[in-house]
Design a binder for this molecule. Structure first.
Ligand code: NAD
Length: 259
C-alpha cells in the first residue's frame, strides 16, 4: 500500500503526451484519491482540468500541485444549483466541456437492516442523484458541441450483490443503469457515456473498511490494492478519442475480483 491516496504510482502514462490535447475536463471529487490521479494524468495528456469537491483546502492544494492547467471549484454534487453554477463557470472560463468524470462518491459499511433513513438519503443524494444532475447538466452542452465523453465511476458493487454495503451497492447499480440510459439518449449526438467499475483502490475511501481492511485486501485475487493511477489510465482512455466507438458499456478494473 502506498502511504497516501493522492496521485498513486507514477506510470509511463504520466509522461507528457497529447491524448487529450485541447480538451476541457471536469472531474468531480477531484481533491484527492482517484479524481486527483485522473487530473494528473489528464493534464499530462494536454487537457485543461477543473476539479470540483467539497474538500476545499485539499482541492486547492491539488490544483496548485498540478499546475496552471488545473483549477478548483467548490461543488457539492448533490445540489442541482451547484451543478448549474459549476457548468456555467467552466463554460464562461474555458468555453466548453469535452469530458465529465462523475467521480465524487461516499462509501459506508452498513448491511441492509443497519441502513437508516439518513444513511440511505445521503448515499442516494451524493452517489446517485449527483451523477444524474451531472449527466443532465452537461448533456445539452455536449449535444450542441456534437461531441463529449462522460465517465461515471461505479464500482464492482454495481456488478454483483455486496454484503454489508447495501445503500452503496444500490447507488452503484444505479450509476451503471443511468450510464446505459444516457448513452442511448445521447449516442446519435456524438456524446459517449461509459461506466468504470473499480475493485479495491488505495485511496482514503479504503479506510472506511477499518479493521476489516486487511481481510478485504487479502481476498483480492491478484493480492494487492490498485493504485489510483491504475484506474486513471482506464478513465483517460475513455476520455480520449481512442475510445470513439465505446458507449454505454461497463469497464471493470478489479485485479480479478469478479473473474
Ligand atoms: P475518496 O474518498 O478519496 O474520494 C472521493 C471524493 O469525493 C473525495 O474527495 C470527497 O470529498 C468527494 N465527495 C464526497 N462527497 C461529495 C459531494 N457531496 N460533492 C462533491 N464531492 C464529494 O475515494 P476514491 O476511491 O477516490 O473514490 C472515487 C470514486 O471511486 C467514488 O465514486 C467511489 O465510490 C469509487 N470507488 C472507489 C473504490 C475504492 O476502493 N476506493 C472502489 C470502487 C469505486
Amino acid at each position: 500500500m502506498s502511504d497516501n491516496g493522492n496521485a498513486g504510482a507514477m506510470t509511463s502514462s504520466t509522461a507528457t503526451n497529447d491524448r487529450l490535447a485541447g480538451k476541457v475536463a471536469v472531474i468531480t471529487g477531484g481533491s484527492r484519491g482517484q479524481g486527483a490521479a485522473e487530473a494528473e494524468l489528464f493534464v499530462a495528456a494536454g487537457a485543461t482540468v477543473v476539479i470540483t469537491d467539497v474538500l476545499d483546502d485539499e482541492g486547492k492544494a491539488t490544483a496548485e500541485r498540478l499546475g496552471d492547467a488545473v483549477s478548483y471549484l467548490h461543488h457539492d454534487v448533490s445540489s442541482s444549483q451547484e451543478w448549474a453554477d459549476v457548468v456555467a463557470s467552466v463554460v464562461e472560463t474555458h468555453g466548453r466541456i469535452d469530458v465529465l468524470v462523475n467521480n465524487a462518491g461516499i462509501f459506508q459499511i452498513a448491511a441492509l437492516e443497519a441502513t437508516s433513513d439518513d444513511d440511505w438519503d445521503r448515499m442516494i443524494s451524493i452517489n446517485q442523484t449527483g451523477v444524474f444532475y451531472g449527466l443532465r447538466e452537461v448533456s445539452p452542452l455536449m449535444r450542441a458541441q456534437g461531441s463529449g465523453s462522460i465517465i461515471n465511476i461505479s464500482s464492482i458493487a454495481g456488478l454483483s450483490g455486496t454484503a454489508k454495503a447495501f445503500a452503496y451497492s444500490a447507488t452503484k447499480w444505479a450509476v451503471r443503469g443511468m450510464t446505459k440510459g444516457a448513452a442511448r439518449d445521447l449516442a446519435a449526438s456524438g456524446v459517449r457515456v461509459n461506466s468504470v467499475h473499480p475493485g479495491i483502490i488505495d485511496t482514503p475511501m479504503f479506510e472506511e473498511f477499518g479493521e476489516a481492511g486487511g481481510a478485504v485486501e487479502a481476498s483480492i485475487p491478484n493480492g494487492r490494492l490498485a493504485e489510483a493511477s491504475e484506474v486513471g489510465t482506464l478513465v483517460l482512455y475513455l476520455a480520449s478519442d481512442e475510445s470513439s466507438y465505446c458507449t454505454g458499456q461497463e469497464f471493470v478494473i478489479d485485479g480479478g475480483w469478479t473473474a
